[in-house]
Design a protein around this ligand. Structure first.
Ligand code: URA
Ligand code: ZN
Length: 396
């Protein structure tokens, strides 16, 4: 007999992207990556434009520009990237009650300093509009805002002040950040005022990769023979891992104890490598000599349990269990993970792939939570939505 008095626990997707129209028009006007471009072909007279984002896609782009018979580069820019009704349809199909939208990579990283501030304002306003116009009793939307990181620090700080949820963007619940920071990474001391401001405004940082690793590590066969597998499966998670460890080594978490980070893809490889990182710190002569390994030092493990949350976009029970264990284990660890889909990336592909139906990539992540934490367990319910509701204050 189902317990009718118990309301159905909410499912929240905290890792779900959109490109609003103004962003697509910026990409469409560009001749360097990131860009949007249509490649006409005799076999399909009205093809989807292609979205070309990653450095690893450059060789394929160059080939396609020279030779119309070469394979088309990038990925199709379907309505899944831009359409709000499509997002709501995706949510319904997968039983998602609340989505926390974010602009997808590479955000505003490539904009000239003089333009970034105004464009960030427009894009954040556009996300606010999407959230307020589409939220209904059944489905709600919030968003992580984007920052104009190429503009002067005052512009970035005034953008942050503008984001606080009591202000003009009431659906904003944090910011999405890549790993480049102001140009030299997230361990740059010049970022500290920005981290302080985010902490003061109670805005968590959703840290997301884009740049991967230098293409040379994938070898000469990667683009043509291995598709996107190496940069997405390995480059992305390593990038996130390195960015967070640089912040840790620079003492950012001690300097800004109120800073909270939500790491994409379950922290990249951090749950698996945290022990090795710790050991390398403890055995580093230079760090020991400089007193950086003193007893009061907080370990990577402690930072993971206090200032870091991980999304649950890891596609397997093995990775999910590691993420829970690295976050403190048991109930404590399960309270630090949050379900996500990475929509509109990883759609069903091929002739059979029905993008309007159920997505295999989502199913894998849902299954991983169930298998790792037990179907209908309280821990699984927390990961599927309860944690996001609490941490991101997704109340009515
Ligand atoms: N590929 C991207 O470029 N971004 C994502 O978020 C996922 C896949
Ligand atoms: Zn993503």
């Amino acid at each position: 007999q189902p317990d009718e008095s118990r309301t159905k626990p909410k499912v929240v997707d905290i890792h779900t992207h959109m490109y609003p129209p103004e962003y697509i028009s910026i990409l469409s006007s560009r001749t360097e990556i990131p860009l949007v471009r249509t490649f006409p072909s005799p076999s399909s007279p009205d093809p989807d434009p292609r979205l070309i984002l990653l450095e690893a896609e450059l060789p394929a782009l160059e080939k396609a520009l020279q030779d119309p018979s070469a394979p088309i580069p990038g990925r199709p820019l379907t309505k899944h990237f831009t359409s709000l009704p499509q997002k709501m349809h995706f949510m319904s199909t997968h039983g998602i009650d609340i989505s926390v939208l974010s602009l997808a990579n590479p955000w505003l990283d490539f904009l000239p300093a003089s333009e970034a501030g105004a464009i960030a304002e427009r894009i954040n306003a556009s996300f606010e509009e999407m959230c307020s116009s589409s939220s209904s009793k059944e489905q709600k939307l919030y968003f992580f805002a984007t920052l104009p990181l190429t503009s002067p620090t005052e512009t970035i700080l005034s953008c942050i002040a503008h984001l606080s949820s009591s202000g003009s963007l009431p659906h904003c619940r944090g910011v999405i950040l890549g790993t480049s920071g102001l140009g030299s990474g997230l361990d740059d001391p010049a970022l500290l005022p920005i981290f302080h401001a985010l902490a003061a405004h109670n805005l968590p940082v959703f840290l997301h990769p884009h740049y991967g690793l230098p293409s040379a590590v994938y070898g000469p066969r990667a683009g043509e023979e291995y598709g996107h597998v190496l940069p997405l499966a390995l480059g992305f998670p390593m990038e996130t891992t390195i960015a967070l460890v640089r912040m840790y080594l620079a003492g950012v978490f001690d300097a800004v104890p109120g800073l909270r980070m939500i790491l994409a893809h379950s922290g990249g490889t951090l749950p698996f490598l945290a022990g090795r990182i710790e050991s390398c710190v403890l055995h580093d002569e230079r760090l020991v000599k400089e007193g950086k390994t003193a007893a009061r030092r907080r370990s990577v493990w402690e930072v993971l349990r206090s200032q870091v949350y991980l999304d649950a976009v890891v596609y397997s029970e093995v990775g999910l269990k590691a993420a829970v264990d690295a976050s403190g284990g048991g109930r404590e660890g399960a309270e630090r993970l949050m379900f996500g889909t990475d929509h509109p990336f990883f759609p069903p592909v091929g002739e059979e792939g029905d993008r309007d139906g159920e997505w295999e990539s989502v199913r894998l992540n849902v299954e991983a939570v169930k298998r790792a934490l037990g179907e209908q367990s309280e821990e699984a319910e927390l990961v599927m939505g309860g944690n996001a509701m609490r941490v991101l204050r997704l109340f009515d």
